[in-house]
Design a binder for this molecule. Structure first.
Ligand code: ATP
Ligand code: MG
Length: 658
């Protein structure tokens, strides 16, 4: 960390002494450092009395401070930003709407009154099962304005997924729409919601937005209300005083992606938004000047943490103009995202590695057709961004001029490792998310809980207590006692998942390695590590090696027990268009992997498939492949994006592969 020069494999050489100094300051005087950031991030109706309190495993920050995030809209309303575009919305057909900060302010206040009229109050949970339309953002702000917790459920979920989240959170109200357009078809969300509401009996009322042209949803009398009819009942210039919340009052329940198993209901507070502000400032250099001109484009759905943070909240925290797109990345054509970047002159394009991989598979010409010169930064989040994909993005999307910023984090902690760009233009290394941000004491431990050697793979952990508002409050639970002063959520579960494995540390359950320069390399989930003939290797590393072959579009690798070698790697491969499965190709792929990683990496099987299982936030769900090759129960499959991948994998295994 003290070095002033950095090894040769850096791109965008820069300096990092300033980062090192600031990092040291943040640990030495967290209160001064983050107190300053908190004042800039949010409006405080009442200042906090105490910065920090640790009541294991719960962390609390800005104790006694009163705030309400939705008041930022009032701040914008009173400034020059009033007429600035907040959202450039577009759908798959090219229909567009432009929403100003004033529009947002008006709609949020009106809808907050609608919610009050329906009896929603502080602490109630409100399910939001909405398409990617501006009203979804209005609903989130409005629920928050009156102190209710929002529970956003991705609109791609079926009735089971929706019902289980509404039931778990004991939501009182559901906000939904008659439907949404996906790949050109109208998907009737209200029908799905109706069947979910048969099971989620805590929900007393539903508000339905008319998104389809017909608006033909079945409305249950006394339970269901049309959005536009309720809005017509409130005065035009309605102003609803925000419910001033203590900084540690829960503000939402966000379910994790369910990559490792059953999704966890992460409960957060307003103090997390201070951390979000700091994260975005560090990663994307959202200084005062950039902020004025920024047209921000985060592509993720609002139904997962990334979409909620990086579109809904980031937009208003910094007063940005954001592109908000309802539809698939490759519909109607594979260049939909690039078309949007060009059309709205996006300055930041922020997405997941899945999107970059998908675009790589379609070929460079779809990107090169467009003028992407407005971009000043490209961001990635959600999965390891390996060097192959990093380089492609840097060359093809950024034209070698734009930094590609890999940001690592979890629903639980938000971002923790990323290039702190605004502190200084620190050097980037393709494939590394770079350095821990101020306030986060990250390290890598080996399987015995000892610090791993430089360059050695282990589990990424953070020192506890956290002295910064990165950490979530708790996991949702103990609903009967919710609202009481000593409510602690599911305390025991929190300890068992995050704190018990390594004493004194928060366990991310992700594999990582720290290099000579103190840079962190994220290597996939700790569970996804194989031990072949005594060598530990991450499935993600083997997948990357497959991608070195020009025929491979995507790869998933899982382990299978083997008496002789301990474990073997089994692979599922998606070929790029124009390539066909064959024994020869399978052999070539094995050679490519061996050449890259060493002869010990034995690929027992190559199964060629059309798609690999991903979840709704686009992450590869290896545990499904692992269960299938081992003949074990599949576990929770409700978060899979396309359940037909299961029979496809099963058939490939039955046909015995290559
Ligand atoms: P669950 O906790 O239910 O298994 P999940 O961990 O996928 O689901 P999220 O909180 O959405 O749910 O995702 C966080 C995880 O995503 C991280 O733990 C890590 O595995 C992965 N991840 C996110 N960003 C990056 C990144 N930049 N590089 C590597 N991995 C990343
Ligand atoms: Mg997780």
């Amino acid at each position: 960390m003290q070095k002033s020069s950095i090894s040769k494999d850096c791109v965008f050489p820069g300096v990092w002494q300033k980062y090192a100094d600031e990092y040291a300051d943040s640990l030495r005087m967290p209160e001064e450092y983050f107190g300053e950031i908190a004042k800039r991030a949010l409006y405080w109706k009442r200042p906090w009395d105490k910065y920090f309190e640790y009541d294991p495993p719960l962390h609390r920050f800005f104790i006694g401070g009163l705030t309400n995030y939705s008041y930022l809209l009032d701040v914008h309303e009173k400034s020059w930003r009033k007429d600035k575009v907040a959202l450039y919305w577009e759908d798959e057909f090219g229909n567009a709407r432009t929403i100003s900060y004033h529009d947002l302010f008006r709609e949020v206040n009106g809808f907050a009154q609608v919610l009050k009229n329906l009896g929603v109050k502080k602490g109630d949970r409100v399910g939001i099962y909405m398409p990617m339309v501006p009203e979804a953002i209005v609903a989130i702000f409005a629920a928050h304005r009156i102190g209710a917790l929002h529970v956003i459920v991705f609109s791609g979920f079926g009735a089971e997924g929706l019902a289980s989240r509404l039931d778990d959170s004991k939501s009182k109200l559901l906000i939904t729409a008659d439907g949404t357009f996906r790949r050109g078809n109208f998907l009737e969300l209200k029908k799905i919601a109706d069947s979910a509401l048969e099971k989620a009996v805590s929900v007393e009322k539903a508000i339905v937005l008319k998104r389809g042209n017909e608006g033909k949803a079945d409305m249950k009398k006394g339970r269901d209300f049309w959005w536009h009819e309720l809005m017509a009942e409130v005065p035009n210039n309605m102003h609803v005083e925000p419910e001033w919340l203590e900084a540690n009052d829960p503000i939402y329940i966000m379910y994790t992606s369910g990559t490792a198993g059953k999704p966890k209901g992460i409960v957060d507070t307003s103090s997390k938004l201070v951390w979000l502000y700091a994260n975005m400032l560090w990663a994307f250099d959202l200084n005062r000047e950039n902020r004025k001109r920024e047209t921000w484009f985060f592509t993720g759905d609002i139904g997962w943490a990334g979409g909620m943070w990086f579109t809904v909240y980031t937009t208003a925290l910094f007063g940005l103009s954001s592109v908000f797109y309802e539809g698939a990345p490759d519909y109607p054509k594979p260049d939909k995202f690039w078309e949007l970047v060009e059309k709205f002159k996006a300055t930041v394009f922020y997405t997941s590695p899945t999107v970059f991989r998908l675009c790589m598979t379609y070929g460079d010409e779809w990107v090169k057709k467009h003028d992407l010169s407005s971009l000043r930064a490209i961001g990635s989040v959600g999965e390891p961004l390996n060097a192959e994909v990093w380089n492609w993005t840097f060359e093809v999307v950024g034209n070698r001029k734009v930094p590609v910023i890999d940001t690592y984090g979890q629903t639980e902690t938000l971002l923790t490792i990323l290039p702190p760009y605004s502190i200084d233009k620190i050097p980037l290394k393709p494939g590394s998310a770079t350095l821990p941000v101020p306030g986060i004491e990250a390290s890598v431990l080996d399987e015995y809980g000892q610090p791993a050697k430089t360059g050695e793979k282990g589990v990424l952990v953070y020192k506890v207590p956290f002295k910064v508002p990165s950490i979530f409050l708790t996991v949702w639970g103990g609903v009967e006692r919710f609202g009481e002063k000593n409510w602690r959520g599911d305390n025991e579960f929190v300890n068992s998942v995050y704190y018990d494995a390594f004493k004194g540390y928060f366990n991310t359950s992700d594999a990582a390695m720290e290099d000579n320069d103190g840079y962190f390399w994220l290597l996939g989930r700790a569970d996804d590590t194989l031990k072949i003939a005594g060598h530990r290797i991450g499935t993600a590393e083997i997948e990357n090696a497959f991608l070195f072959h020009s025929a491979v579009g995507a790869a998933m690798v899982v382990g299978k027990p083997d008496v002789l070698r301990g474990e073997l790697a089994v692979s599922f491969i998606v070929l790029k268009p124009g390539n066909n499965p064959s024994i020869e190709l399978a052999e070539e792929l094995r050679r490519t992997v061996r050449k890259a990683l060493g002869a010990f990496v034995v690929i027992e099987k190559v199964y060629f498939v059309k798609r690999i299982p991903t979840n709704r936030s686009g992450k590869v769900v290896r545990r499904v492949g692992r269960a299938l090759v081992r003949g074990l129960p599949l576990g929770d499959t409700s978060t899979l994006d396309d359940p037909t991948t299961i029979p496809e994998l099963r058939n490939a295994i039955k046909d015995s592969g290559y």
